[in-house]
Design a protein around this ligand. Structure first.
Ligand SMILES: [Zn+2]
Length: 415
């Protein structure tokens, strides 16, 4: 099917990578940074040029577009979604992608940061890519392969389908989002406007990866109120909120229930931020588990620790609150087994083996799944994400393009 096809995915990726779209966790506006629209506006324009007449970016920065069905069959409308922002972890300004053609193994050196080396021992997937063309940064920024690989793959798959009308498919929707990296990617998405029954994000790693299970996630906030008074006259009066906070942190389990002591399907409680004065200390935790009952238990364990400590400091008061962040998509996806089944088949049609494992995090799809749009996650080839060493194989991205096209075909064939 793809023998004579000139992929556009690598050119697109390199162009998109150069546009700074870093999101900002401190910002309260939406999108969190206006510059994300610089790319989102271009994507809407390019979709229009490809032939998707209704392609547009809305006031929040979301890009919506429709590829009309070309079959007489009634096929459920499916959507493909990627996020256009990049992670705040390192600079996303002046990204300067470097293509290492026909990679022959060994370590990769970054031209503008000789101290930084991409080692095969640290990034074992690299050894699977002999003969591939590898894109890295120049060593001074992130690459933004998370998730511009996904964006470029969806764009190229749509380009392929438009230029190969003999390939039959139902109505296909495209959704590009801002602010996924700051956890607000679907805050203003209009699911009715997307108008799809099912969705797939392209935001996973190595070729063949497929994910239909994420953490369930809560945030926990603890506010400790102390009693402030002149330290010279504080005897039996002062309650230092920061000291209470210190005791509380020391009581957290040492060898379990933390990110650094858990893996696979184990959940955790993680202190992400704290600030304080004698008068008042604030602690922000994230709570994670794949199982909603265990998630609740972790929250209760944290509460009990807090309460025990507070009771040891007469005069101290505590406010404790838990906020739901997102839920494990698997509960929703299990109700529609064909969504994941077709995805695995599409990956296999490209000649790849499916690797499936739960994500120790969330995706736009975790929330979309609970907003009425069941949405597992397909690979886009991204590697060593959120770091200066980020890289992607052009051939892996081409496989992701193929996967999207095959998936559209399978949905058409089965109806
Ligand atoms: Zn991502």
């Amino acid at each position: 099917m793809f023998d004579n096809y000139n992929y556009t995915v690598a050119d697109r990726f390199i162009r998109y990578a150069k546009i700074d779209t870093q999101s900002d966790p401190q910002s309260t506006s939406f999108p969190s940074t206006e510059k994300q629209k610089d790319l989102l506006r271009i994507l809407a324009e390019e979709l229009k040029q490809i032939g998707l007449a209704d392609a547009h970016m809305d006031e929040w920065g979301y890009v919506y577009a429709t590829l009309p069905s070309n079959t007489d069959k009634q096929v459920p409308t499916i959507c493909f979604c990627s996020h256009a922002d990049t992670a705040p972890d390192c600079s996303g300004t002046n990204v300067n992608p470097q293509v290492h053609k026909n990679y022959q193994g060994g370590d990769i050196i970054y031209i503008n940061n000789p101290d930084l080396i991409l080692k095969t021992v640290e990034s074992p997937h690299l050894l699977d890519k002999i003969g591939h063309d590898i894109i890295t940064t120049d060593g001074t920024t992130l690459l933004g392969s998370d998730d511009k690989s996904g964006v470029a793959c969806i764009m190229d798959a749509i380009h392929f389908l438009v230029n190969n009308p003999q390939v039959k498919h139902g109505t296909i929707k495209v959704l590009f989002t801002p602010d996924e990296e700051v956890g607000r990617g679907v805050e203003h998405v209009d699911v009715a406007k997307v108008g799809a029954e099912f969705c797939y994000t392209l935001d996973s790693g190595d070729a063949g990866w497929f994910e239909d299970e994420t953490f369930s996630a809560d945030g926990a906030k603890v506010i400790i109120h102390g009693v402030s008074i002149h330290p010279g006259y504080a005897k039996d009066k002062m309650v230092n909120a920061m000291r209470v906070a210190g005791h509380l942190i020391a009581r957290l389990p040492l060898n379990r229930l933390s990110p650094e002591s858990t893996e696979n399907k184990e959940g955790f409680v993680h202190l992400v931020r704290m600030s304080g004065s004698v008068e008042k200390a604030e602690l922000d935790f994230i709570v994670r588990d794949f199982d909603d009952h265990l998630l609740k238990r972790h929250g209760e364990e944290l509460y009990n620790i807090c309460e025990t400590v507070i009771n040891e400091f007469p005069g101290a008061k505590m406010e404790f609150s838990i906020t739901e962040q997102y839920r494990n998509m698997k509960k929703v996806l299990d109700q529609f087994p064909q969504v994941s089944q077709y995805a695995r088949e599409a990956i296999e049609r490209t000649g790849l083996t499916v690797t499936q494992k739960p994500i120790r995090g969330g995706t736009d799809g975790s929330r979309l799944s609970y907003m009425g749009l069941p949405c597992p996650n397909l690979f886009a080839g991204e590697q060593e994400i959120h770091s200066l060493k980020e890289w992607v194989s052009i051939q892996d991205m081409q496989k992701a393009v193929q996967t999207v096209v095959h998936l559209c075909c399978i949905w058409e064939e089965r109806n």
